[in-house]
Design a protein around this ligand. Structure first.
Ligand code: AHR
Length: 516
């Protein structure tokens, strides 16, 4: 059969121009139903991370006990404490990151005049005075109601140093370290359950091979104990980066599972480590590449979990994604602004989609830590002297907190739309202890609104309310002059009829619906 040039031309026009718009006009359908297993979305998925890096701790969280200009509690800014309390932050990881494998905790306790300085060799070479130490951090966690997650120094530390830290923080009885803690002003131990054994031990934590680290891990884990002997200690192995499946496989194979409560994973949304691009003045192409990278979290988690399932079908070892977030070029004008970046609607899209991935993998993913909490990377808070602002990512964490400890519902997207080949709509859903259903939806398409039809017939929903987080441009952000440019608003563009919830989801927007 001969096909005329005209027919071919029409076919090309249809396939490239007409068909995509017909498809994109079609509603995306989602089926949400009760899960056959009872899987709780651990509140710890909504965890945070604070490293001695740039202006995260010093000149960020901590302004010093002597500061009379910025209201503070034991040197920690009161405005930050209030903002974090609102987020219900479940845990906080400290002191690093790469910094952790250079940090010697004993230098950060006791009288200030006796504390040596430390040069922050990974982050800017600044000299720190060790004024923010173990007491400050653990007291801050108590004030926030967050569980501390201490990341121990394996790279340049010793087993003894770690077990002394455990004894210092958790032993109730008489012992050298507990007595020293009392001398330093703290009678009762703190409740410290989460202990990381090194950080990125394949890189800044010691450039080890997976096999070598597995042996080192076994040695450390052997001596780790919570000294009050309540059996509460939780040992976390330094994990893989992105798609390093060999790392996870080696740990799962070489470490007895009763010695390892969790394996970590780090994954940042970075498309080129040598040229990460600006945090605000990015174009559509860069936005696309960032989203392409952010959505890889789904693939990485799926594959690491598959390895863990193979070696540990009972699910005794958890996956902790204890560093994640968007990472761009630092803002040049900020003094000591190491890794200081702004935070836009692109970050809303990253946080929303990644958190949906974690929720949907809640069976194995039991903790995640956004990097980082204040003034560094995808921060929820930025400060400038007396001023503090909440970033768009702060609002995502606030809107998504409804999923903390709720029961996971299955969300099946049946015919997703495509944004330049990427799945456009991302969704996760849960039911809380009071029976309220929460559905979080993200449309990453930079330009096109999407109709989404959610079948909720399986759930008993009658009344719905919703909030939306979006803005006119992808680059919109909150600044010290305009701190409320990107904030959540009430959203009403949906209707519920015969068990189907039809929602018009605007371009680059994030919506959380509550159904009761
Ligand atoms: O979060 C910044 C750095 O990223 C951390 O110190 C390190 O663990 C990772 O490479």
């Amino acid at each position: 059969m001969k096909i005329s040039a005209h027919v071919l031309e029409y076919a090309v026009v249809f396939l490239t121009l007409v068909l995509p718009s017909v498809l994109s006009a079609q509603a995306v359908t989602v089926q949400i139903s009760n899960h056959t297993d009872s899987i709780q979305i651990s509140k710890h998925i909504y965890g945070h991370f604070a490293e001695h890096l740039g202006r995260c701790i010093y000149d960020g969280i901590y302004v010093g006990e002597e500061n009379t200009v910025i209201p503070n509690t034991e040197g920690v800014r009161n405005d930050i404490i209030a903002a974090l309390k609102e987020l219900n932050i479940p845990n906080l990881r400290w002191p690093g990151g790469c910094f952790a494998d250079t940090y010697h905790w004993k230098d950060g306790v006791g009288p200030q005049e006796d504390r040596p300085t430390i040069v922050n060799r990974w982050w800017g070479g600044t000299t720190e005075d060790n004024s923010f130490g173990t007491h400050n951090f653990l007291n801050l966690c108590e004030v926030l109601g967050a569980e501390p997650y201490l990341s121990a120094n394996v790279g340049s530390g010793t087993v003894q140093e770690l077990i002394d830290w455990m004894q210092y923080t958790t032993h109730d009885g008489v012992s050298p370290m507990a007595d020293w803690r009392r001398e330093n002003g703290r009678e009762k131990p703190w409740d410290v359950k989460y202990w990381g054994v090194g950080n990125e031990t394949w890189g800044c934590g010691g450039n080890m091979t997976a096999e070598y680290y597995a042996d080192i891990y076994r040695k450390y884990a052997t001596f780790m104990s919570d000294w009050s002997n309540t059996g509460g200690v939780y040992r976390i192995a330094s994990g893989a980066s992105e798609d390093d499946y060999h790392w996870t496989e080696t740990l799962m194979k070489n470490v007895p599972h009763n010695m390892m409560d969790a394996v970590a994973l780090h994954d940042y949304a970075v498309f080129n480590w040598d040229a990460k691009g600006p945090s605000v003045n990015f174009d559509e192409e860069v936005y696309f590449k960032s989203m392409e990278q952010a959505l890889k979290m789904e693939e990485y988690v799926t594959k690491h979990v598959a390895i863990m399932d193979k070696y540990d079908p009972e699910g005794n070892v958890d996956l902790f994604v204890d560093e994640w977030g968007g990472w761009y070029d630092a803002e040049p004008e900020v003094q000591n602004g190491v890794l200081y970046q702004q935070n836009t609607i692109r970050d809303v899209m990253i946080a929303g989609t990644v958190l949906n991935t974690f929720n949907n993998h809640a069976k194995r993913v039991k903790m995640a830590n956004l990097a980082q909490m204040v003034n560094v990377l995808q921060a929820v808070i930025l400060t400038d002297k007396e001023k503090m602002i909440k970033t768009p990512t702060y609002h995502v964490m606030n809107m998504y907190k409804v999923h903390q400890d709720a029961l996971l519902l299955t969300s099946k997207i049946e015919n997703n739309a495509q944004y330049r080949g990427l799945p456009t709509i991302s969704v996760s859903a849960s039911k809380d202890a009071e029976g309220a259903v929460h559905i979080s939806l993200v449309n990453i398409d930079s330009k096109t609104e999407k109709a989404v039809e959610v079948n909720v017939a399986d759930l008993d929903i009658k009344n719905i309310k919703a909030q939306i987080l979006t803005s006119a441009k992808l680059q919109d952000h909150n600044s010290f002059n305009d701190p409320e440019k990107v904030v959540p608003n009430e959203f009403k563009d949906f209707k519920l009829r015969k068990g189907v919830l039809t929602i018009q989801v605007p371009a680059h927007s994030l919506i959380v619906l509550e159904g009761k």
